[in-house]
Design a protein around this ligand. Structure first.
Ligand code: HDD
Length: 728
């Protein structure tokens, strides 16, 4: 019998004594938009004259090459064809989700307080790491409005010395689904209906509520969407969450389970619903504009990064909460958020497409000391994010785009492919090799490679979740009951609005039954608004958890800095112009932005008067966090049809004393609980708007400085909520 035992083969898996790296083995060197130090000039625009893509100077780019002045265009026109071909291919597919976004550059400075938790170098004391942050809505297309009711993306790319770390989070700490395999379902349900492609960027429609009412694990996230978190006032006033639990490894090899939190220095604030809707029409770019304006004005948005640290136990549970379930949060009262660093956004992108559009985040962009867990949602994401860039960014080399390049050496053996930017040298992009001196080498353990935490895995192959994922209502109730009464009232209105936009009765009934399981009063209020009966609750097996005050946005007694807030100064030509100037100065002194608002453009009271920033024609209440009314504005004679000078308005003020557009603005400011201060003689403007000078947060001031002082005090709590005390 022949011997079939295979011969032993010595595989050269470990090169013996490879020669040192040679100069032609350096990583591809390119300049990056984010200041990557390994730079050679990229393809930038230079020189005085217009050229073709290949640098040939062009004399005329306004006329195509024709056979005679009135003749047909010649196929020979290489400049025409290059120009039009490039234009024809300028667009790339928008992101399948989070298509609408805005971004900024900044710096993350670590406090060093996480030194024992993780070996990640960028978290060591005083280390500064450049970051690029993209905020987004989820459902809308690239051109949709910013202020729709939706979850917001909060994605941060840290360009660390040990490679890029992406924290791809949201402004809501929980997610709709527990397993990545359902992501296409929830997104198909939320996106516009496939027949007519409406509604755009909305959750108030049948397919969304069909899915979330049939799929009870979505109830918690949906409750957050219906709360004020779904309509942030600004990107600057959003909290951010890593959502999943991550696993950190400390210098001594010990591991812990953590959740990441971003806390805005400006406080978490939201719009009110009517304001959000008005903003969609008046300024669809509201959040994008706010972010870039604030940075340009030097009011740099800031967040503190914090971690909730939980022991890495075998069951991966904390206080009965399954840390692998992304529909669950850990209340801060059970596990405090410990600050580990600060992020400041200090520069706007230079080019939207090159940076904001082409940035590619990926939860698998990890650095040594930070690892993923088995959260099945995170596991699905680890596949999706690279995959999606292949279509969106046209091939596998998207990491070479300037905005995505790491600020560290790259020596990856990845070669060729669409859009390859590097001119790789060497003969042997494989391992092991003996031709390129064995280079690149596997990183020795003491040179800080990424090493997966060796966690134990065992079990049968199953399509199933742990039973601890089954409770979908207790934390939804916890969130609702932790909100302030004002926020609870907003939640009830939001459900009533959204379900009121659904046509299918069974969908409304199903969702009402879930609300009945969450909170009977909430279900009753929503059912009354819809004119329906409250059905029996879906389940009564709901645990009452101790409320978590940290989950509320409106916290009694807590005030926030006013830096970066926007204050309107309302005045007319015959107003006290010295008071206008004093108001502008006092507002600027507080680090806020003043906008002088009048009936016409130019200057108030003649060429030497204060500059007018906004006119009644170009502005709306949504632009202001508060207003100081120095005087009424007389109706413009050309505001044809806007008012009838002879008629009085319901408040008994003749319309010829205050422009009706100012009345609309002031009544919105009032309804949206924004602070109002007014100087002597300006009452007529408030009266015409039906605004009571006795109402909370409507303050009579002797002079401009006093008026601004009152506004600062009121703005500390963001809005004057007590103006409309919610019904008990
Ligand atoms: Fe996602 C984009 C956040 C679940 C698949 N996601 C995307 C962005 C953010 C998030 C902020 C925009 C990044 C940017 O600005 O470019 N996604 C989340 C969070 C999730 C989540 C916090 C749950 C905790 N996502 C999730 C799942 C899947 C995806 C479960 C698929 C299995 N997400 C994608 C994507 C996107 C994306 C299709 C679209 C564009 C992109 O990745 O680069 O891959």
């Amino acid at each position: 019998m022949a011997d079939h035992t295979p011969p032993t083969v010595d595989e050269p898996t470990t090169p013996t004594g490879p020669p040192a790296q040679t100069s032609d083995q350096a990583a591809p060197a390119q300049v990056t938009a984010t200041g990557c130090p390994f730079s050679a000039p990229g393809r930038a625009q230079a020189g005085e004259y217009l050229t073709t893509a290949t640098g040939t100077r062009v004399r005329d780019t306004d006329h195509s090459l024709k056979a005679g002045r009135r003749g047909p265009t010649l196929l020979q026109d290489h400049h025409l064809r290059e120009k039009i071909t490039h234009f024809d291919h300028e667009r790339i597919p928008e992101r399948v989700v989070h298509a609408r976004g805005a971004a900024a550059h900044g710096v993350f400075t670590a406090y060093g307080t996480a030194g024992k938790l993780t070996t990640a170098g960028f978290l060591a004391k005083d280390v500064e790491t450049p970051v690029f942050v993209r905020f987004s809505t989820v459902l809308g297309s690239r051109g949709s409005a910013d202020t729709v009711r939706d979850t917001r993306g909060f994605a941060v790319k840290f360009y660390t010395d040990e490679g890029n770390f992406d924290l791809v989070g949201n402004n809501i700490p929980v997610f709709f689904i527990q397993d990545g395999i359902k992501f296409p379902d929830v997104i198909h349900a939320g996106k516009p209906h496939p027949d007519r492609e409406i509604p755009q960027a909305q959750s108030a429609h049948d397919t969304f509520w069909d899915f979330v009412s049939l799929h009870t694990e979505a109830q918690h996230h949906t409750m957050w969407n219906m709360s004020d978190r779904g309509i942030p006032a600004s990107y600057r006033t959003m909290e951010g969450f890593g959502v999943h639990t991550f696993r950190l490894t400390g210098p001594d090899g010990s591991t812990s389970l953590v959740k990441f939190h971003w806390k805005p220095a400006a406080g978490a604030h939201s719009q009110v619903w009517e304001e959000a809707q008005l903003t969609q029409g008046n300024d669809p770019d509201f959040h994008r504009r706010d972010l870039s304006d604030a940075i340009e004005a030097g009011a740099f948005p800031e967040w503190e990064l914090g971690v909730q640290v939980m022991p890495d136990t075998e069951d991966e549970m904390f206080e009965g909460i399954d840390l692998l379930d992304p529909t669950k949060l850990v209340p801060e009262e059970l596990c405090p958020v410990q600050p580990i660093g600060k992020m400041v956004l200090n520069a706007n992108p230079t080019n939207y497409f090159a940076e904001t559009e082409q940035v590619a985040f990926h939860p698998g962009h990890l650095v040594p000391g930070i690892d993923v867990t088995n959260d099945p949602l995170l596991q699905g994401r680890l596949f999706s994010y690279i995959d999606t860039q292949l279509t969106r960014l046209g091939g596998p080399n998207f990491d070479q785009l300037p905005i995505n390049r790491p600020h560290t050496e790259v020596n990856d053996n990845l070669r060729d492919g669409y859009g390859q930017q590097a001119v790789h040298t060497g003969m042997a992009p494989y391992r092991p090799n003996s031709i390129d001196a064995g280079n690149p080498l596997p990183t020795p353990t003491d040179e800080r490679p990424f090493i997966e935490v060796p966690t134990k895995v065992e079990g049968e192959k199953v399509r199933a979740n742990p039973v601890t994922f089954e409770d979908h209502f207790s934390q939804t109730r916890l969130f609702y009951r932790s909100l302030s009464p004002v926020e609870q009232e907003h939640v009830a209105s939001a459900y009533t609005f959204e379900l009121g936009k659904c046509f299918e009765t069974p969908i409304r009934e199903r969702q009402l039954a879930h609300l009945a399981a969450i909170d009977a009063d909430l279900a009753k209020t929503v059912a009354t608004g819809l004119g329906m009966e409250v059905p029996a609750p879906t389940t009564t097996d709901v645990t009452d958890m101790a409320p978590s005050p940290a989950l509320a946005q409106i916290k009694p007694g807590v005030t926030y800095p006013v830096k970066g807030r926007k204050v309107g100064v309302v005045a007319d030509d015959d107003a006290d112009l010295k008071a206008v100037e004093a108001a502008v100065a006092a507002i600027e002194k507080e680090g806020m932005t003043p906008f002088v608002l009048a009936g016409h453009g130019g200057h108030l009271g003649g060429a030497k008067g204060p500059v007018i920033d906004r006119t009644l024609l170009t502005t709306r209440s949504i632009e202001y966090d508060a207003v100081l009314v120095v005087s009424a504005i007389a109706p413009a004679p050309d505001a044809r049809g806007a008012f009838d000078a002879k008629a009085g308005d319901p408040a008994g003020v003749p319309n010829n004393q205050s422009d009706p557009r100012l009345s609309t603005l002031l009544s919105e400011i009032y309804r949206h609980c924004k602070a109002i201060a007014f100087l002597p003689n300006a009452e007529v403007a408030l009266a015409a708007a039906g605004v009571s000078t006795e109402a909370p947060g409507v303050v009579a001031a002797k002079d401009a400085e006093k008026g601004v002082d009152s506004l600062v005090e009121l703005l500390g709590t963001h809005r004057v909520w007590e103006r409309f005390t919610p019904k008990a």
